[in-house]
Design a protein around this ligand. Structure first.
Ligand code: MN
Length: 749
């Protein structure tokens, strides 16, 4: 690349002057947050960094030292951190890139500084390795991040500056950094409450990942600017007048959504281009003393709703109950002039500061003094640390869980004793049980909320008081992993599960030994490895437990060669290679086939010429996802997509599958059934039948109920018109006291 060299930049005197200027700006940003010792240490860090980086330049040609100073300035000016963080910002790349060691830093400063710089060094080591095991790296990264919030904050500042100055990098490097930013740093910034930085990171990422679309949107925004400004002014005018009249000290302005959020709306939500450009947010920032904040915001709220009609469902009150990342404001959407919806955000100056700089800065790093009171971010980090301590969890799960946590917000619920617990939004009864105590989670069968019994999977709501119900015979099973959302519950279930798998594996080992003896082979490591490999299992415990549970039948064992007690599977595997597809692969293939296939069999249509019948193995009812299977003698048989036989049919005879569609005639009823679990309650069967036959007018074929240890399990078979009727019924049955879970039967009725 031939670049023009700016000689002025390379004049040592000019450069030194520029560096000093940057340093003075950093110092100025800290003004009344720095004392004499702080000043001395900052100067020390500055000199140390200048000296250490003196021989390196960035890709753009400027001296490297400009980067750490810029990072320190972002920490101070945009995140609101104090002198320790500024020192760490200055030093953040020294250990990684220069002769300076962590010990040097600890000796010159203290353990706090060396700890943070150490964390930052570890991270850059992780990020820079161009390893293919990306996920593994993210795991390490997350573990390091959870050590000290300041490590996260400085890392975000570092990333922000790198994103701002990526112009001269190679496109592939730009794309890599940008996608990492979008994947991890932007959500992280959002979770910590750094809204302005989050938006900038997203916009910059888009600029490098989708340069064409980014430019298009930016251009379009520019083109429509004048029009927008006119509209904003029109909208603002009456509000401005009233606010001034009433003596408010305020600032009001309007702006379009960020480029990234516009792109996201067009790209992911399918909102048309023009409509997105209509989206506006008006922000009103009030300057009032803290004790008058709430009153003032609500006053302004009523002034706005006097001028414009509010859309009722779009009031967001984060003043009475701030978001867990600290965000406070009132948001309302109103109908502006010319019938356009406009979002109005009302906040005070203090709230705006928190929104822009993040609550981490405000809550406990102002002046670098940690506040002993726990706060949402602290609690969040604590929760992450607990999760990370169980490092056995596979990395992909861990990263996914973490991502989930980033987007989750908290709700608050109460124990029967009135203790307040914070849970991620979307948590279920089971999550809550595990949150209180692992033992409680393992035995949980449901809960009581507002005198009503609710199942394990019930999503808990903000403010509920929850009493967990337990059963002595209850134990965790694999399905529970689909019910829970918190890392703590997942980990506990997996742990409980592992213990059970070990138990099962013991029995599995006995079974396997017996079966091996029958073919004159021995139970030894070599044979075990061969079998694990053959059955595509990952480890001996799951393999042996599946043997015990008969999930692996070992029927192939007899077909395997045995030489001197050692099993050989090569021949058998070759024979089997003609049918290598897994169940889910087959289903996927058939779904694709169904999509492209244009011949549709419409069931229930009058005068349909094709003979068809409903398969009795899965009993589909109108509304189910189904496929047709051409039989030899009985025309087309209709199966449910999740029919137990489907996989077999699809794999062997996929060419015989036809697309089908329901045409409800509501004349015939269909046999279906479900399993119902609950807590034993006298008269429950009675109540159930009453709902089924009286309220829903559905014919029952049979009901059988078994009860043990206070828990009952019933099988109900009945005739319904379609899936809608069945779903409605199930919904109503679930409302019954005592009913915990209802599951449609997949098997033959
Ligand atoms: Mn850096």
């Amino acid at each position: 690349m031939s670049e023009k060299i700016n000689f002025e930049l390379y004049d040592p005197n000019v450069e030194m002057k520029l560096i000093s200027k940057e340093y003075r700006a950093l110092l100025k940003g800290l003004k009344n947050r720095i004392d004499r010792t702080g000043k001395k240490n900052l100067r020390l860090a500055f000199e140390m960094a200048v000296e250490a980086h003196s021989k390196t330049r960035r890709k753009s040609g400027e001296l490297y030292i400009f980067h750490p100073i810029a990072v320190a300035r972002i920490c101070v000016e945009e995140i609101g951190l104090g002198v320790t963080s500024a020192i760490c910002g200055l030093l953040h790349d020294t250990v990684e890139d220069t002769e300076i060691t962590i010990e040097d830093i600890e000796r010159t400063f203290n353990k706090e500084v060396s700890g943070i710089v150490g964390g930052l060094t570890k991270i850059s080591g992780i990020i820079d390795t161009q390893s293919s095991m990306q996920i593994e790296n993210y795991k390490k990264l997350i573990i390091t991040l959870a050590d000290d919030v300041r490590v996260i904050l400085i890392k975000i500042a570092d990333r922000l500056h790198n994103m701002r100055t990526m112009e001269s990098m190679k496109p592939d490097k730009q794309a890599k950094i940008a996608s990492e930013t979008l994947f991890l740093y932007a959500p992280l910034a959002n979770r910590i409450g750094l809204h302005a930085i989050k938006t900038e990171l997203e916009d910059l990422s888009l600029k490098y990942l989708e340069p064409k679309q980014y430019r298009e949107i930016a251009l379009k925004l520019k083109e429509t600017k004048r029009q927008r400004t006119r509209y904003i002014n029109e909208f603002i005018k009456p509000i401005e007048d009233t606010l001034s009249e009433k003596g408010f000290n305020f600032e009001i302005y309007g702006r379009p959504k960020s480029i990234f959020s516009i792109w996201n709306k067009i790209h992911n939500k399918g909102v048309p281009f023009e409509e997105v450009f209509d989206l506006l947010a008006i922000r009103i920032i009030l300057d009032v003393p803290i004790e008058e904040e709430k009153q003032a915001c609500w006053n302004v709220f009523s002034i706005i709703t006097d001028s414009y009609v509010p859309s009722t469902e779009r009031l967001r009150d984060w003043i009475s109950k701030p978001k867990s990342n600290g965000y406070e404001a009132l948001h309302i959407t109103v109908m502006g002039p010319h019938g356009r919806f406009v979002e109005v955000q009302i906040r005070t100056k203090r709230m705006n500061d928190v929104a822009e700089k993040g609550m981490a800065a405000h809550y406990f790093y102002k002046g670098e003094k940690k506040d002993k009171d726990s706060n949402p971010i602290d609690e969040w980090l604590k929760r992450i640390s607990t999760k990370l301590q169980n490092s056995e969890e596979n990395s992909l799960d861990l990263v996914n869980d973490f991502k989930l946590e980033l987007y989750n917000e908290e709700i608050y619920v109460f124990t029967p004793k009135g203790d307040l617990k914070m849970m991620p939004k979307g948590s279920t009864v089971l999550d809550f049980a595990y949150e209180i105590h692992t033992g409680l989670g393992n035995k949980c069968i449901g809960a009581k909320i507002k005198h009503k019994l609710v199942p394990l999977s019930h999503v808990i709501e903000n403010g509920s008081q929850i009493e967990i119900l337990t059963g002595a015979k209850q134990k965790p099973n694999e399905d529970w992993l689909n019910i829970v959302t918190t890392g703590k519950a997942r980990t506990a279930i997996k742990t409980a599960f592992k213990a059970e798998i070990k138990e099962l594996a013991k029995d599995g080992k006995e079974i396997l030994t017996r079966k091996l003896n029958a073919i004159s082979a021995k139970y030894n490591d070599k044979n075990l490895q061969t079998l694990i490999h053959f059955y595509k299992e990952t480890n001996h415990l799951t393999f042996l437990s599946k043997v015990k549970l008969e999930k692996i039948s070992l029927s192939e064992l007899k077909k395997m060669e045995v030489l001197g007690g050692i099993i050989k599977t090569e021949k058998l595997r070759k024979e089997q290679e003609n049918k290598p597809l897994t169940d889910s692969e087959i289903i996927k293939k058939v779904k694709e086939k169904l999509k492209e296939n244009s011949d549709i069999l419409i069931m229930g249509e009058d005068g349909s010429k094709i003979q068809y019948a409903y398969a009795t193995c899965c009993n589909p009812i109108p509304g189910d996802d189904v496929f047709g299977f051409i039989t030899i003698n009985e025309g087309v048989k209709i199966h449910r997509l999740n029919c137990p036989n489907a996989v077999n049919l699809m794999s062997k005879y996929s060419y015989r599958i036809v697309k089908t569609k329901w045409n409800q005639s509501k004349e015939i009823s269909f046999l279906t059934g479900f399993k119902i679990n609950g807590i034993d309650d006298l008269g429950l069967v009675n109540k159930m039948t009453k709902i089924i036959s009286e309220h829903h007018n559905i014919n029952i074929k049979s009901i059988s109920v078994e009860s043990e240890d206070g828990i009952f399990e019933g099988i109900v078979k009945l005739y319904v018109m379609d899936i809608e009727q069945l779903d409605e019924l199930i919904l109503n049955l679930k409302k019954l006291d005592g009913v915990i879970n209802i599951k449609r039967l997949e098997v033959e009725l």
